[in-house]
Design a protein around this ligand. Structure first.
Ligand SMILES: Nc1ncnc2c1ncn2[C@@H]1O[C@H](COP(=O)(O)OP(=O)(O)OP(=O)(O)O)[C@@H](O)[C@H]1O
Length: 221
């Protein structure tokens, strides 16, 4: 279970006169579900990169359960992320030469000396729940929508304290999108994970407990 507390956060990029992200104060309770919305360029990707430690905050505090990841060097942020975050990125970051199941298991293999007991059946169960019927299929031969579902299954496999998904239903038709949305919410609840979803999908946004609306890098009321 991870609670977020952000204070005095500003992210600036060269050439931008105003901060790409300017958050004086923001809290999320452990297990809370939040939709991140806003027009193109409003700072959603920057927000995701900062709260997952992929990018370094220029100034301010970004604390998950009192651990200020903004104060960690890159290697420390990478280790924190591997332990705590399940990520679904827009371009999936899957390995095309590996099967769906191997992709789901890979982060678990990398972050543990040996694959945790029960992880293989969990990978198969998650893949079945997102509608992937051939876990042995190479990801490189899959459609974009299928890849998106594999990426979701992978993010959920390790029961992370935080799940962050960037447009997780963007490549899916309405029916698959609804199934993936259900799965994200159900599994986050099962594991007590905090869930942050950047999305334009009204049905997914509706399912979140809270909406964080960004405009020009600031949170609107
Ligand atoms: N590395 C960078 N250098 C300079 N400007 C950047 C950099 N990264 C982002 N920006 C700028 O910061 C602002 C916020 O960008 P960000 O990608 O967070 O928006 P977004 O809401 O995710 O947009 P989209 O919905 O189009 O993906 C934009 O004006 C963008 O051009």
């Amino acid at each position: 279970m991870l609670a977020l507390s952000v204070d005095g956060l500003q992210v600036r990029y060269p050439g931008l006169p105003v901060p790409a992200l300017d958050l004086p104060s923001l809290s999320l309770a452990a297990g809370e579900t939040a939709a991140l919305v806003g027009p193109s360029g409003s700072g959603k990707t920057t927000f995701i990169n900062i709260v997952t430690g992929m990018e370094r905050a220029g100034s301010g505090r970004v604390a998950w359960n009192d651990e200020n990841i903004a104060g960690l060097p890159e290697g420390g942020r990478d280790r924190w992320r591997a332990r705590n975050v399940g990520l679904v990125m827009q371009d999936f970051h899957l390995f095309p030469g590996l099967s769906a199941e191997a992709n789901v298991l890979l982060p678990q293999r990398l972050s543990h000396l040996r694959l945790p007991a029960g992880m293989q059946p969990r990978a198969r169960e998650l893949l079945a729940r997102v509608g992937i019927e051939r876990p042995e299929q190479l990801v490189g031969t899959m459609s974009r929508g299928q890849m998106q579902r594999v990426a979701v299954a992978r993010a959920l496999a390790g029961r992370p304290g935080l799940i962050v998904a960037d447009e997780p239903t963007a490549s899916l038709d309405a029916e698959s999108g609804a199934a993936v949305a259900d799965l994200l919410v159900e599994l986050a609840q099962e594991a007590g994970s905090t869930l942050i979803v950047a999305s334009h999908d009204g049905r997914l946004i509706e399912r979140m407990g809270r909406t964080l609306r960004l405009a020009n890098g600031r949170l609107a009321a």
